[in-house]
Design a protein around this ligand. Structure first.
Ligand SMILES: [Zn+2]
Length: 671
């Protein structure tokens, strides 16, 4: 899902279907300008700003009293197949139809079946093996159907539920009746909890429907969009019926229909596996030209994703778009619903076919596996197809959004709040930056291999963050436990303070410290990119920053004028400083022929060894970074172990005291 914030409140779900002027009231002139002025084909960063709002706006209501986790009553069966037969007149806020459900029992003595289903819809009949049975609706969202006799585990069975009414509309507007250019339109958008508003479902993230058929009958002037392949359309009297057929597993929230006076056209997309994939577009007649321009541009993006990861997941059927009036886009499986045809929105929703649809987050806590990836893949299209400045702007915008507040984790800490689940700052921008940082940390080869392995492993299933972590670790050989603890569960970001000094042409000393914006993370262990810039050349270096006060000796070989901190924006950080400082220079360690100090960095002790000095040595002194003496002692033999326990971490200097010569202090750091 991607959405626009045009500076006005968006859908107020409870009121939507009473307001026939929805479109006029909901979208500002700014959004309309962007959509219809032709700018959609000429992408600027403006449309990035719109896609990912600067701040989360209170445009969706929070949920109260709606089951947000898997309903335990629905865990005793496996959804196999649905046949939906709906009558929709987009001029009327109403659904009439029936759902035939094929299910497999998972427990013995299966005597009743439960669905998450709005009690605002009336049950017209329930038929089981051709016989009527009686269901009961209770609470807001529970339908219970007792079976005439109990079933054993493993039994495949079915029943048909006929129902009708005006559905409630939740979240972003799960069932919306609206209009465009004076023509009625009606669409559904169930993410995250809205499937139960308009069909008897399992509303959790643990059971994909293996396949389905959708039949939508509507007055003849309209067309109906659906999931999968349109296998038939036929007239009966004043009505048309559209039959969609989908043979891939699908999460319930990705089932969708949209009905209005669409015009249609198809772009063909050659895939890497040799398939000519149809990209089927259902658009408003008044926007046909803009749509054709936008989807033509998307052909290369689909080919790019198809080659970057694994083949387009639903290549035996189609990809496509259906235009709708909600202020953004929604990645309904095989057919994204979009308000316009801008590059960013189309690239984002298309990416969801892999990240969200083929592999679906297994908990709303882990929604970044959908939205972080879709956001980042849109960024990758900027890197691949657009100017370096556009790619830089994409990174800068997401970085600014993600760091606009000092706290907040990518992991969703309150799944009852749709605002929190779909936080543009945390789920989209910070989620995308997690992926960007993993790419930097692991390198392109290991990062993309790990993601491909993750997709292959979780294909047509659900996934959680540990699934991604395991595949990235296997591909790279790196332990990412600390990374995910800091960046997924932890909050905030680091600010870096870099000090440097060049004492000789051959090397530069760099000291790096960091502070963190939120105390849930005391230190972000990251490879830090710096560029050494001089008249002769620029040199990109990468320093694995493991603790505060860490001093790096960097080979240079040229005169360095300045050091740039992360000029390519690999790291999620803010308020970084770089200072040329002779403090670092005075810390140049005197490791030479006479003495050696180790380990550096040190833990609870440091050991010093020397040769040729023994007859002159009298003792040692330990200084902290402020030059204060924090320890001293005598020496014996040719080595000494010095305890550091009780001392804070940071920079230290150890000076050997001799009778006749001044020894330079040896710099080291305590972890
Ligand atoms: Zn999205």
């Amino acid at each position: 899902m991607g959405y626009f914030c045009a500076g006005v409140p968006m859908l107020h779900a409870g009121a939507v279907h009473h307001n026939s002027n929805l479109m006029k009231n909901t979208f500002s002139t700014l959004a309309l300008f962007l959509i219809w002025s032709g700018l959609a084909a000429q992408i600027t960063t403006d449309d990035i700003d719109l896609l990912i709002c600067k701040e989360q706006e209170a445009h969706q209501r929070n949920f109260t009293g709606i089951p947000v986790l898997t309903n335990p009553l629905t865990e005793d069966f496996d959804l196999k197949y649905y046949r939906f037969e709906w009558y929709i007149d987009p001029a009327v806020y109403q659904i009439t139809g029936k759902a035939t459900v094929y299910f497999q029992t998972l427990t013995d003595n299966f005597s009743e079946i439960h669905f998450d289903f709005s009690s605002q819809l009336g049950i017209d009949s329930i038929r089981y093996h051709g016989q009527p049975v009686t269901g009961t609706q209770s609470g807001d969202y529970l339908l219970t159907v007792p079976l005439p006799s109990a079933l054993p585990a493993g039994r495949l069975d079915s029943l048909t539920i006929a129902y009708s009414g005006a559905p409630p509309s939740s979240g972003f507007g799960s069932f919306i009746q609206s209009q465009h250019n004076g023509t009625p339109s009606l669409w559904t958008l169930s993410e995250p909890y809205g499937a139960q508003d308009w069909w008897p479902a399992k509303n959790g993230l643990d059971d994909k429907i293996d396949s389905l058929d959708i039949f939508v009958t509507t007055p003849a002037q309209y067309r109906a969009a659906g999931n999968g392949l349109l296998v038939q359309e036929y007239a009966s009297g004043e009505h048309m019926t559209y039959h969609w057929h989908h043979r891939y597993p699908i999460a319930p929230y990705l089932v969708a229909i949209s009905v209005t006076n669409f015009v249609q056209y198809t772009d063909m997309v050659p895939l890497s596996n040799g398939v000519q994939l149809p990209m089927l577009n259902y658009v408003y007649p008044e926007n046909l030209t803009q749509a054709q321009n936008g989807t033509a541009d998307l052909v290369q993006v689909l080919q790019f994703y198809d080659s970057l990861f694994v083949s387009y997941p639903f290549y035996e059927e189609k990809y496509g778009h259906a235009q709708f009036g909600w202020g953004g886009g929604m990645e309904h499986q095989t057919m994204s619903y979009v308000i316009n045809f801008g590059w960013g929105l189309l690239a984002h929703e298309l990416a969801h076919q892999w990240f969200g649809d083929m592999v679906t987050c297994g908990s709303w806590q882990h929604i970044w596996l959908n939205e972080g990836f879709a956001t980042y893949l849109e960024g990758l299209t900027r890197e691949r197809f657009q100017s370096p400045a556009t790619w830089y702007s994409w990174k800068a915008n997401n970085l600014a959004t993600a760091t606009s507040q000092p706290s907040g984790s990518v992991m969703v800490d309150d799944t009852t709040s749709v605002n929190r689940i779909f936080s543009s700052r945390l789920t989209y921008s910070k989620g995308a930056y997690l992926l960007h940082m993993l790419r930097w940390k692991l390198g392109d080869e290991d990062f993309f291999q790990g993601v491909r392995d993750y997709l292959a492993d979780r294909r047509f299933k659900y996934a959680r963050t540990p699934d991604l972590k395991a595949h990235l670790e296997a591909a790279s050989g790196q332990d990412l436990t600390g990374f995910f603890a800091d960046w997924f569960q932890g909050q905030g970001y680091p600010s870096y303070q870099v000090q440097w000094e060049q004492n000789s042409r051959n090397k530069v000393f760099v000291q790096i410290d960091q502070t963190t914006s939120n105390n849930s993370v005391d230190f972000f262990e990251m490879p830090v990119p710096l560029v050494l810039r001089g008249a002769e050349k620029d040199s990109l270096i990468r320093l694995d920053h493991a603790f505060n006060g860490e001093l790096f000796e960097v080979p240079a070989g040229f005169a360095v004028d300045t050091i740039l901190f992360d000029p390519d924006l690999w790291l999620l950080s803010k308020n970084n400083t770089v200072a040329h400082s002779d403090i670092v220079g005075t810390r140049e360690p005197a490791f030479g022929a006479d003495a050696a100090l180790y380990p550096n960095p040190a833990g609870d002790f440091v050991r010093i060894q020397w040769k040729g000095l023994s007859d002159q040595l009298t003792g040692w002194q330990l200084f902290n970074g402020l030059g204060q003496v924090v320890g001293s002692g005598e020496v014996n033999g040719n080595q000494q172990e010095i305890s550091l326990s009780g001392l804070p971490s940071g920079s230290y200097f150890l000076r050997l005291i001799t009778r006749s010569s001044e020894q330079l202090p040896l710099h080291f750091v305590k972890k």
